[in-house]
Design a protein around this ligand. Structure first.
Ligand SMILES: Nc1ncnc2c1ncn2[C@@H]1O[C@H](COP(=O)(O)OP(=O)(O)OP(=O)(O)O)[C@@H](O)[C@H]1O
Ligand SMILES: O=P(O)(O)OC[C@H]1O[C@H](OP(=O)(O)OP(=O)(O)O)[C@H](O)[C@@H]1O
Ligand SMILES: O=C(O)c1cccnc1
Ligand SMILES: [Mg+2]
Length: 555
């Protein structure tokens, strides 16, 4: 048990959800360095590392932070098993001394501290997502698993949030990507983090069970094409929804409705003969799920067959007191077909007096991504729900987020990593970071300060400097100051933040995104959000930079 900040006692944490997340899920060089630290007697030197990324993904100006819960559960249970130690021994040089493996046997994360931004937060380049402090050999072992747990999680949560942003708040987003995802963990992770990023449901049953994500689904073309004719349907009877009466031949009832639609005045002979095997499939699906009937309408011909067949079965269900759920379109021009389908539904609502028929849910799928969603919006469409697979789960538009883990202090001595490329120079020191909000309630700037600097104060003017560009600076008078890094781990008994349930993380993400200034969010040429350092930290970075950079000599 661990004491919580509110004085209560928090639960011992379970291990990570993915059993593959073990201390060996790291790069070999973390163990070789650990040995070299140990050999040099340096392994217990206190080090501070920052985990951050350098550039927002997908050409955007924001990122959603995800993956923290798995990191904390990982370190809470970090312990090398005997067979793992044996394997490390076999993998390192035979000259490695036995004492190192005795040391490894005792390694855990009780002496490690993790300060992190809350999962689901909107985050920006260069500002630490995690600040990890502890014995250098141990923290070094955490580098790779932490990056592995955060990079994809944050990338896919951001991708999901971007898809949601384009689709619009009123649209339902269904994640259909399991079959296309990068293996089982890619699939499970995608479902979890797409939900976190604002999707509404997944088709992935395992993710539904593991995380409580709402499950949704329709049916596939195989179901439709598996039927040959209505004669195949043996049990044709269906109870009314109130169970008071029974229709003995639901197949004929659907057929009767199809005839009515074909002869309807307002539809003016729009519909002729439809595909009877498709009608059989729809009827059969309705008999199986009368409360939740939906149909994939594009197997043969959406407008000539799928839509009239669907309407016939839906009207037959209506006679028995059931309300059909809707259709799915999986090919063709989704703007045009959804609009045409909506027109037909509205005409039927009017002509046959079926309230709500015009509002039938239209789901669209088929290689959807940000661009196609944007194109559909520009054309105008009647889609209520989007089923998105490949592009969202594989993060097709960008392969990786590129989070890094850099040493910023050792034994209280700030460290810097220099680079020809200024965007790759690390920001030294154990730091704090704050989000400063302006008059209109929007976040204005994130600012990093040295650990012991006084925090920015509401109403007090503070100079915010670009970390590397001397001429870029601004005074800010914050209306609200939010400290970004919170303590999520300081050993098993330490006071720490709770790990919130997935739904709370998702809510945080949705509400933070909604509170961003719109120009940071737009798809085309968004305005970069400002990330800065205090004047004191700026001076120190540049002092250290000059100190560490060798002076060249011209010949
Ligand atoms: N109105 C639209 N504007 C822009 N893109 C669209 C529109 N409607 C559909 N799309 C997209 O166009 C692509 C069409 O895919 P594709 O060329 O494979 O045709 P299809 O409709 O799937 O045909 P098929 O019958 O062969 O399955 C998909 O990525 C889909 O999301
Ligand atoms: O298109 P995505 O965004 O990846 O979404 C998932 C796709 O998976 C299904 O197709 P299926 O695997 O049956 O094959 P298909 O490509 O022939 O439709 C479904 O009909 C979607 O089209
Ligand atoms: O339920 C669906 O419609 C579905 C599920 C996975 C992939 N494509 C579609
Ligand atoms: Mg498809």
């Amino acid at each position: 048990m661990a004491a919580k900040s509110n004085g209560q006692v928090s639960k011992v944490l379970d291990g990570p959800i993915n059993p593959m997340v073990t201390p060996l899920l790291t790069d070999l060089y973390q163990f070789t360095m650990a040995y070299a630290y140990w050999k040099a007697g340096k392994h217990n030197e206190r080090a501070v590392f920052d985990l951050y990324f350098r550039k927002n993904p997908f050409g955007g100006e924001y990122t959603v932070f995800a993956g923290l819960e798995e990191c904390i559960k990982f370190i809470a249970n970090f312990k090398l098993a005997e067979d793992e130690i044996d394997f490390v021994r076999e993998s390192l040089s035979s000259s490695c001394e036995d004492g190192f493996f005795d040391y490894l046997r005792g390694v855990d994360c009780s002496d490690v501290e993790v300060y992190a931004v809350q999962e689901g937060s909107v985050v920006f380049p260069k500002v630490p997502l995690l600040r990890v402090e502890g014995p250098i050999a141990v923290v070094q072992l955490l580098e790779t698993p932490f990056l592995n747990l955060i990079n994809y999680a944050s990338l896919v949560a951001t991708n999901a949030a971007r898809h949601r942003f384009v689709a619009g708040e009123s649209k339902m987003l269904l994640e259909f990507g399991l079959r296309r995802a990068q293996g089982p963990d890619g699939g499970i992770g995608a479902s979890r983090y797409c939900y976190m990023g604002g999707f509404h449901a997944t088709s992935n049953v395992a993710a539904g069970k593991l995380f409580g994500i709402p499950l949704r689904g329709t049916h596939s073309h195989a179901f439709v094409s598996s039927f040959m004719s209505p004669d195949e349907i043996i049990d044709k009877s269906l109870h009314s929804s109130d169970k008071r009466s029974t229709c003995e031949d639901f197949v004929s009832l659907a057929q009767t409705w199809l005839n009515k639609i074909q002869w309807s005045n307002s539809l003016n002979g729009t519909f002729g003969e439809t595909n009877q095997s498709e009608l059989a499939a729809f009827t059969s699906y309705a008999l199986a799920f009368p409360d939740n009937f939906l149909a994939l309408v594009d197997t043969y011909d959406v407008m000539r067959s799928g839509i009239p067949n669907f309407c016939a079965v839906a009207l037959a269900l209506n006679d028995l007191g059931y309300k059909a759920a809707g259709i799915r379109l999986d090919s063709g021009d989704l703007a045009y077909l959804s609009s045409e389908a909506r027109k037909i539904f509205c005409i039927i609502e009017k002509e046959f007096g079926v309230p709500g028929f015009g509002k039938m849910v239209i789901t669209a799928s088929n290689d959807l991504n940000e661009e196609t969603l944007d194109a559909l919006n520009k054309q105008g469409h009647e889609v209520d729900a989007f089923g998105i697979g490949t592009y969202v789960v594989t993060c097709y538009a960008q392969a990786a987020l590129g989070c890094v883990f850099k040493l910023v202090e050792i034994n209280n001595q700030p460290r810097i990593k220099l680079s020809e490329d200024v965007t790759k120079v690390s920001i030294p020191c154990k730091k704090r970071s704050y989000r400063l909000y302006g008059k209109e309630g929007y976040p204005l700037v994130d600012i990093m300060t040295g650990e012991n600097e006084p925090p920015p104060k509401v109403g007090e003017r503070i100079l915010c400097r670009h970390p590397f560009n001397e001429s870029k600076r601004a005074y800010v008078v914050p209306q609200r100051v939010e400290e970004l890094l919170k303590c999520f781990w300081q050993g098993p008994g330490g006071v720490r933040e709770d790990l919130p349930p997935l739904n709370d993380i998702r809510e945080r993400c949705i509400s933070q995104l909604a509170k961003m200034r719109p120009d940071h969010m737009r798809r085309l040429n968004p305005t970069p959000y400002k990330v800065s350092v205090s004047a004191k930290l700026y001076d120190f970075i540049h002092f250290l930079w000059l100190n560490e950079a060798p002076v060249g000599e011209l010949q």
